[in-house]
Design a protein around this ligand. Sequence first.
Ligand SMILES: [Mg+2]
Length: 191
Amino acid sequence: MDELWNPERFRNWTLFLDRDGVINRELPSDYVKCIDEFEFEPGAIQAIADLSDLFSLIVIVTNQRGVGAGLMTNTDLNTVHEHMTRLIVSAGGRIDAIYAATAEDRQSTERKPKPTMGLKAKSDYPEIEFEKSLMVGNSESDILFGKNLGMKTAFIDDKNQFEQRNSAFGSDWVFSSLSSLAYSLMNSGIE
Ligand SMILES: [Mg+2]
């Protein structure tokens, strides 16, 4: 990997996480509408616990147009997020904030790859520095969102589209899962 990849580099940075396909299983052609449909990706809870020790803020940015489309309510979405956060916290992890773009319109300026959710986070947490932020996601819009804000980016290649170590959508790093990202980070560069 070209870029320096070790825990000390990211200490006190902000970690921006996509949700579906990174933290929890993405449902094919559907939205996670209730906790019964929410299933963590293997190793994701422990990964977030490990990353919580390193990053000073952990922020989820998620496109959830199922709300705007009327397939679920904001309350449904909040219930899923409370459930997710509770399990993460009980494993020693942390989620500091969650931003969801719920508009139905795919062109909505709230949605990734537009930077709106990142700017909202910065407004709520002025200590965020985008140049000291890492965006992790499993779609092109996640990587573009991070790059639009000047963040470092890691692509989660959950569909095995890219050879490991090859750049995906111009991302700085590629991993097969959040778990492998955290493992790689925690076990690299320790001198
Ligand atoms: Mg995703």
